[in-house]
Design a protein around this ligand. Structure first.
Ligand SMILES: Cc1ncc(COP(=O)(O)O)c(C=O)c1O
Length: 1021
């Protein structure tokens, strides 16, 4: 009998109840628990006491069960409650044999019930919890290691990790082709290393620390901790590292980065019980073997007709994890584990570095005589010499590099080691499978920029390992790898981006003298399509790569890779600082010199240095999907905007008191976007300035002072605007508004006074505007303006009910006030359906204020009004804004309009916004914490509630979701009076696939225990 075919026994519940009473004197209700081979129950006594009843398979050998029972009994005393004890029966035995009416024998045991949640159900598994799993595994390993006896051998024990090879081999015939290839690889790795791990010596191991056998509870500090390890039914003799590998295999399934999760578990283990180098070396092979074994057993079982979900439980996650791990060179994954243990990732590196440091080498390129002719080219993510789109146009990129070198007086430009590169944020350098957060941005070599044709010499003697043409665009082009020997063993040097003709006569095996000419610098496109340069890299382990080797690494893996690829300057000996240093200490410096009431987003702030389209990049090139920055309206650093600003900056930038066509052309084009009679423009530099100016115009026109605004509204940062921003004057640090400000109800049809079920809500809300003006008037503040956003942003992404603005404007105008539409957030096509927010309500304001998106980040704002109002405003007191509408601002704003038109971004906002809203509505149906989804186009809001019935706001969930989305590379923020509304207002370049990603990431975070309201128990002791 094999376990593949073995099913748990099926003793009736009544018979189990009777047996439990007969043998143990225990009474209670049974609840079935899952089990792979045993039939398990939770027994709950009327007094609330809990036990676990295990009915063992008829096929289980009696001596094994006896051994196991004895072992658990003894171990439970030594593991500080980690392993549950066995409860003795009335007769004193811990293993009861029960014969049923058909004469079949069953073995019954009752175990102490350990409270806790299965690790399998914990979402997400934090690094601290994974590390704790490692610690507990080490403790368990040492207790098991001290156990004096070995269990009787088992026959055909498919779940023994030592059997993984047999199982994988057996399953090949039932697997489809991609899966089969993966298992063949895993099997080969297992067989290649079998001798190593079988030579490790054995002890008793648990044998099946899978995530359904591990319990988690809160510790005294309220932190999740591993509180129990159950089911020793697979205990057998094997190397101790098998148990760690099994715990890792299941512990990492479903985590954001399985390799990093594995390193946390290993870190915990090593901290308690150091591992031997050889144990760490085989760990990843064993982890993959266990994952392979698990998916193969599932496939074999399915092939036998087994559909029991518990039997197939880890399958999909295990396949995915296995695939992910298979993509990472084994040396790198093992190096990651070594580093987690505080060891050098590549064991040879320390010795090699020391040796290289003690040697002298021939120059690879002839160095310029003038030391000033040699210098660093900044190619980092934030380099102003890069565009982030550099590899799209090699000629332009090359010209820029040459120009930079010329202007700096360089004949030899150096591209640094470990530099996060601004041009590796392209798709060609994608990172871990399905993880868009990091590209391989960290440079592992040193680049030497010189003229094509420059001679390259071998720095030391060796032999040609490979000469290869790596043809893919943005690869190395012609590449030579030389092999050298050192006291630490062989190592290699790589020369990339060569001239094809220069290496035609070179072949593998040729011996090379120190200083020998080996190649010349190539030109593009034959060099892989890069500005001409040599990429030089030292390699300590070829990791199975032939003729090529990664020259860049993910930020998260960079320390591991640079252990395998030591600093090339150990050989090049360039008299410069050739290693990139990440700027540190910004947080402290900022705190010293910037006002503390300028807040920073996120618990751990991010250091953003580059933007491109809908993405932002931090200093290491990690990418963030920007779902909230409506200022970068047409996409971050749009080349047309950048080019327009750069060009004009070099020609003229002065104030608007001279004739200049740009400001006029812009005013003409802008006013054409408005309905009549809105046709006169005044330019300023911010939204605040625009609103200040609008209020000044309204007060001049009406001779009044009274302003009516809406609850939750924000209109700017000046004292005058704080006085009319309910969001601010009622917020923390606020003060009562002046008597000339009146606040009307926010037209929030979700949680406001009048809701969606009230057909009169639009007119009722609008009536409150009328009421505000009546009060102002009665107190002697003649109405001047009704200032409101057309859709409200800070108030919580609120779209007023249809008809609201029509009625509110009627009330305002009847009171003698002007209607000011603050379109600073929602204007310029963001809403998809219309260019301006007020158009969605069919009204025409008297004054419109513009800002944020107008200059795509360049500070320009505007007031647009009617000729009649503008005329009245011209009362002798001149309006002048030093920077408003200057030529640079005007050409930038013109470029924004061009792009809006050319790239049809309003239509994009409509399509993508609709898809996004549909996706959010679908999420709302499956996640009760989403109370409302609202807005239009790319101006959407998601409101979080504790309960759909009470609408109690859920700010903690909102904040959690925003923080965790940031960890997943998605930027959002929240707002609203209850801090429970996520604002979605991305650059208008946001694509359908960006929307899909946002929905999918949000869906995953909404499944987290915290959002689901799942809290762990704290065991009493
Ligand atoms: C609706 C609204 N009006 C006015 C402003 C003020 O604009 P600025 O920050 O450019 O002064 C803001 C800024 O957030 C805003 O959201």
């Amino acid at each position: 009998m094999t376990y593949l075919l073995q099913k748990p026994p099926k003793l009736s519940e009544s018979e189990v109840t009777n047996s439990v009473q007969e043998y143990y004197g225990l009474e209670g209700t049974l609840h079935a628990l899952p089990g792979d081979r045993d039939q398990n129950f939770l027994l709950e006594s009327p007094g609330g006491q809990k036990h676990v009843v295990k009915v063992s398979s008829l096929d289980e050998a009696h001596e094994i069960l006896e051994f196991e029972t004895e072992m658990i009994t003894r171990l439970s005393n030594n593991t500080n409650g980690l392993i549950p004890s066995v409860i003795p029966a009335i007769s004193g035995t811990r293993l009861v044999t029960h014969e049923n009416q058909q004469g079949h024998h069953y073995r019954l045991r009752i175990l102490e019930f350990l409270p806790g949640t299965l690790l399998a159900e914990i979402n997400p598994r934090s690094d601290a919890l994974l590390m704790n799993l490692g610690e507990r595994m080490a403790e368990l390993g040492s207790v098991l290691g001290a156990y004096p006896d070995h269990p009787p051998p088992r026959i055909n024990f498919e779940w023994a990790l030592g059997q993984a090879g047999n199982i994988m081999e057996k399953s090949l015939s039932v697997l489809g082709s991609p899966q089969r290839a993966l298992i063949e690889l895993t099997l080969k790795d297992f067989l290649d290393n079998e001798r190593d791990f079988l030579g490790l010596g054995s002890q008793i191991i648990h044998g099946d620390v899978n995530d359904h056998n591990v319990l988690v509870s809160l510790d005294k500090e309220g932190q999740p901790r591993i509180s129990g390890i159950i089911d020793l039914g697979d205990a057998h003799s094997a190397p101790r590292v098998f148990d760690l590998a099994i715990a890792i295999a299941y512990g990492i399934i479903g985590t954001a980065d399985p390799l990093l999760a594995a390193s946390e578990i290993t870190r915990g283990y090593y901290a308690v019980q150091p591992l031997l180098d050889i144990e760490i070396d085989v760990l990843m092979t064993l982890v993959c073997a266990r994952l392979g074994q698990s998916v193969c057993i599932a496939s074999l079982r399915r092939n036998h007709g087994d559909t029991d979900p518990y039997h197939l439980i880890s399958e999909a996650g295990a396949w995915k994890t296995l695939l992910l791990l298979a993509e990472i060179p084994r040396q790198v994954s093992t190096g990651t584990l070594r580093q987690a243990c505080g060891l050098e990732a590549c064991s040879k590196s320390v010795q090699l570095r020391k040796w290289l440091d003690s040697q002298s080498f021939e120059d690879v390129l002839t160095l310029p005589e003038d030391p000033n002719a040699l210098g660093i080219l900044d190619l980092s993510i934030s380099s102003p010499d890069l565009t982030g789109r550099d590899s799209d146009d090699t000629e332009d990129f090359t010209n820029r590099v040459s120009q930079k070198m010329r202007s700096n007086g360089l004949t030899l430009g150096i591209g640094r080691f470990m530099e996060p590169r601004g041009f590796y944020i392209a798709d060609a350098f994608e990172g871990r499978l399905g993880d868009p957060r990091e590209r391989r941005t960290i440079h592992l070599g040193i680049d030497l920029f010189q003229e094509p044709g420059t001679a390259i010499h071998a720095p030391l003697a060796g032999r040609v390992h490979t000469v290869r043409e790596n043809q893919n665009r943005l690869d190395y082009g012609p590449t030579v790898i030389l092999e050298h020997s050192a006291p630490s063993g062989l190592f290699w040097t790589l020369y990339g981006h060569l001239e094809r003709a220069s290496v035609e006569n070179l072949k593998a095996g040729d011996s090379i003298d120190a200083g020998q000419l080996i190649a010349r610098i190539g030109t593009y496109p034959e060099n892989g399509d890069w500005p001409p340069h040599l990429h030089f890299q030292i390699i300590t382990d070829l990791m199975g790569f032939e003729g090529n080797f990664p020259g860049v690494a993910l930020p998260r893996d960079s320390n591991v890779w640079t252990s395998f690829c030591p600093d090339p300057n150990l050989i090049l000996n360039l008299p410069s600082e050739t290693t990139y240093m990440e700027p540190k200490g910004l947080f402290e410096r900022r705190r010293q010199v910037l006002s503390p009431n300028l807040s920073l987003s996120y618990e751990t702030p991010i250091h953003i240095v580059r933007g491109k389209g809908s993405y932002l990049f931090d200093v290491l090139g990690r990418s963030y999907l920007d779902c909230v920055n409506n200022v970068a309206h047409v996409g971050h650093e749009h080349p047309h905007v950048v080019g327009a600003g750069q060009k004009q900056m070099g020609v003229l930038n002065t104030n608007s008191r001279y004739l200049h066509s740009a400001i006029i052309e812009y005013a003409e084009r802008l006013s054409k976007l408005f309905p009549e009679p809105l046709s006169v423009c005044l330019f300023v530099n911010s939204g605040s300035e625009a609103n200040e100016l609008a209020l000044r115009i309204a007060r001049t026109y009406t001779s009044g002072t009274g302003i009516a605004v809406l609850e939750g509204g924000y209109h700017g940062n000046t004292p005058g605007l704080i006085d009319v921003s309910h969001y601010k004057f009622t917020g923390s640090g606020g003060h009562p508004p002046p008597p000339w400000t009146r606040t009307a109800l926010v037209p929030d049809e979700f949680r406001g006074r009048y809701r969606r079920d009230d057909p009169s809500r639009a007119t009722l809300y609008a009536a409150d505007v009328g009421e505000a003006f009546r009060q102002l008037d009665s107190e002697g503040h003649h109405p001047a303006a009704f200032l409101s956003e057309s859709l409200l942003s800070c108030a919580g992404q609120i779209e007023p009910p249809q008809g609201y603005l029509t009625a509110a404007y009627e009330h305002a105008r009847a009171a003698g006030a002007l209607c000011i539409a603050d379109e600073i957030q929602v204007g310029f096509g963001r809403l998809g359906s219309h260019m301006w927010g007020f158009e969605t309500q069919g009204v025409v304001p008297d004054i419109v204020t513009l800002g944020k998106p107008m200059g795509n980040g360049h500070p320009i704002g505007a007031v647009v009004t009617t000729p009649e109002i503008a005329e009245t405003f011209d009362n002798g007191m001149e309006f002048f804004s030093s920077f408003g509408g200057n030529p640079v601002s005007a050409v930038i704003a013109l470029a924004v309009l061009d792009i809006l038109e050319d790239e049809k971004l309003q239509a994009n906002a409509a399509t993508v916004g609709t898809a996004l809203k549909t996706g959010l509505n679908t999420l709302m149906r499956s996640h009760s914490c989403i109370g409302d989804v609202r807005g239009r186009g790319l101006f959407l809001g998601v409101e979080f509630v504790e309960s759909g019935a009470t609408l109690e706001p859920a700010p903690a969930i909102t904040q959690y979701v925003v923080e965790h989305l940031k960890k997943r590379g998605v930027l959002l923020s929240f707002d609203g009076p209850d801090h429970n509304v996520i604002k979605i207002k991305p650059p208008m370049s946001f694509s359908e696939s960006d929307a899909e990603r946002l929905i999918s990431e949000l869906d995953q975070v909404l499944a987290h225990d915290f959002v689901q309201g799942i809290s762990l128990i704290q065991p009493q002791d």
